[in-house]
Design a protein around this ligand. Structure first.
Ligand code: 13P
Length: 349
């Protein structure tokens, strides 16, 4: 099946009351791991690539691999998403390549580090929405600033420094017309999110709930949503790694988010940990081995296990066959005639 609009995937998730994991990829084994998990759990899926990943894989290698995944798994709806686009040009190049969804992260300036102003964010995001929607491509925006750094992108900090203001979120959605909105509620990218298990008062779930009440048609996105399980940390450290004790986002908090409008959940770090742990284990236990397949195969299997578990926990498992994917040209018509308009002022439709 051709790549599917992320908007359709998230609209279906909203109807079904579940969330969809968006898993980052850089290479073939990661894509295969996601597809193995999607097949096993019968899940629709979002595959996403950061700017760093596109650069690492020279763009075309990665995109052709996604096309292969779609061809080999016709029963699985797959959306291909640009994670953290830093400019109109980055998003445009992803769309030209064939991505069915882009994130314009205008919460930061083009350097991907410095927080931008609200007006700058609105301006660049609206420009991307106009360009993308004409082509049937989905747009995710960001309001508030996430913590941490991923692939060189991010403001750093703890994630609690720029929590999203619900009034701004509403104004942003109205003025940009984004399909999906990443909000900052205290999560951050990477392994070092919290130095103890975060409870409901650390993660600002009340902010998330307030935003969803006011923006019921805009799909909410949780970034920095790896749970950083202790078991995965332990395997890395047991075989010569050096991770400091750390806590991620508890799955129960993500599930609370899903009950309150979260439809896309970004996960990268957990998969990185699973891969690294599996490779370290092979290196430590069988140092005589040197065929890359001897460690890439267990690495792929370890990532598959994590992804399949998240698919079940997020509720997307079992939903791959629920709907017929619409052509991207049909989606474009929906944007043009206003039927896919999610702006709050249109909510009375
Ligand atoms: P993690 O680092 O928590 O996996 O977050 C990934 C992410 O949000 C990608 O945009």
């Amino acid at each position: 099946m051709p790549l599917v609009s992320m908007r359709q995937l998230l609209d279906e998730a909203a109807k079904g009351g579940y969330g969809v994991g968006a898993f980052n990829v850089n290479d073939m084994e990661q894509i295969q791991a996601i597809m193995m998990a999607a097949k096993e759990t019968k899940s629709p899926v979002i595959v996403q690539a950061s700017r760093g990943a596109r650069q690492f894989a020279e763009d075309l290698y990665l995109f052709r691999l996604i096309q292969a995944a779609a061809e080999l798994n016709p029963e699985i709806p797959i959306a291909m998403h640009q994670d953290h686009g830093n400019s109109f040009e980055t998003c445009k190049s992803a769309i030209e390549l064939g991505y069915t969804s882009v994130m314009m992260d205008g919460s930061l300036k083009e350097d991907g580090k410095t927080p931008s102003t609200f007006e700058e964010n609105v301006e660049v995001t609206r420009k991307v929405v106009e360009y993308a929607h004409e082509r049937g491509v989905t747009v995710e925006g960001e309001i508030g600033v996430l913590g941490g750094v991923e692939d060189g992108h991010g403001a750093g900090g703890t994630g609690l420094e720029h929590i999203t203001d619900p009034d701004q979120a509403v104004e942003f959605a109205e003025r940009t017309g984004v399909d999906a909105l990443a909000i900052a509620i205290g999560t951050s990218h990477g392994a070092y999110k919290f130095n103890k298990k975060p409870d409901g008062s650390v993660l600002k779930m009340d902010v998330l709930i307030a935003i969803h009440k006011r923006l019921p048609h805009t799909h909410l996105v949780m970034h920095g949503s790896s749970s950083v399980p202790k078991e995965l940390q332990d395997i890395v450290n047991q075989y010569g790694g050096n991770l400091k004790p750390t806590w991620g986002v508890p799955v129960e908090e993500i599930q609370l988010g899903i009950r309150n409008g979260v439809r896309k959940i970004n996960v990268d770090t957990d998969n990185r940990l699973a891969i690294t742990g599996a490779i370290r284990k092979v290196f430590a236990e069988t140092p005589e081995k040197f065929d890359p397949r001897d460690y890439l195969k267990p690495a792929r299997e370890a990532m598959k296990k994590v992804v399949a578990l998240r698919m079940t926990q997020f509720g997307q498992a079992g939903h791959a066959g629920d709907y017929k994917p619409m052509a991207i040209t049909e989606i474009a018509k929906g944007y043009a005639n206003g039927s896919l308009d999610t702006r709050p002022s249109m909510a009375a439709r």
